[in-house]
Design a protein around this ligand. Sequence first.
Ligand SMILES: [Zn+2]
Length: 411
Amino acid sequence: MSNSGKLEVLIPRSLCEVENFYSLKVDDENLASIYIAWEKGIVSELKPTNIDNKKPKKILFPRFVETHSHFDKSFTFEEFPNFKSNYQEALSVNLKEHKTRTTNKVLNRAEKSLILALKNGYRAIRSHIDTYETQDNNIWSELFKLQKKYSSNLKLQFVALAQLEFWSTPNGEEFAKRFSKENVILGGVLVPPFINKSRVKHLLSKTLLLAEKYKLEIDLHIDESSIEPGAGIKVLLETIDRLNIKVPITCSHLSSILSLNDYEILKLGKKIAEKNIKVVALPLTNFWLLNRKDERLSLNRPVAPIKQLQNSLVDVSIGSDNVQDPWYPFGNYDPFYLMTLAIPMLQLSPRDRLTLSSFLLAPSRLLNLNWDGLIKRGCPADFVLVDAEKWADIFSSNLKREVLINGELYS
Ligand SMILES: [Zn+2]
């Protein structure tokens, strides 16, 4: 199969770097008409098309990056449904599911997720894996085998999602030490109400110090809540200051801070940016699970205030979170499903550089990928090509797509 080719396509203007851009034709939706060629899997040419009055019929994207998923529990909704559709019930069903969990079940869910993700156009995924004292130890060695098996097509990153208490136990320390070579990220949950705040601070400090000791990153489910706006992020910032520590941190969710006023969000955003903390907004699960009120239809839905955070120079990614499990019953590892829902629900515009950055470029930075996702000469020919001429075609339910990996059609 050939790994060279050429095409005339549309590319969102902010996702490509073109020489001779003076003659570039960009339409009202910021889609640029481009001639692209690649040789041996690498983009060799990128220039404005010279055809007048003829618009290319395909839109080209870099392959996508998923910043937040849970494929250890994906596709469990049928067996473990949550018809109350709230956070508390999701947690309780999740714990029931843990009792039946085996290494094989986790591997099957993970592999099903990976196959879908690849076919739908992802090139990298960060997945949280529930981690607890009674867990079958084999799970991790098998997950690393899976990571290796798919490594030529997709980069897989794991977060060990445990209660913060776990990282203060001998098992937690042993885990961090054992998997430091694999760069497993330490995960935790920091969601109010905090019954004993000083204990929370103590546990968080222990987790941060453990990450520093083994040079690991941290990714927290933080302020995934509709109460006590920003309680978790405030504790985190205080703790980082007190320890004077520099550990790479991702804050996933951060949804409750939407209830703060604009000035408070801006102030908090500046501190988050100063500490180089990255944020992953997860609108689908937030809108689905949080602030549900049985007695009336509540449309007061928390989600990380993406635009305000970006204005404070925080690097914000938008991720999918759960797929067909007690936390969210829909989804199928499809970046276009995510964009189709998230862009209108968050009142973002696909014309905007920062919107597309949050789906493609910020995620590449978050996962520290070799390629930032910008289409330019010398980048890998890793594309998703869709039959579309405008954004409305993309946000339709019957999108036809082709995935190219290193210049070759993936099938
Ligand atoms: Zn999550």
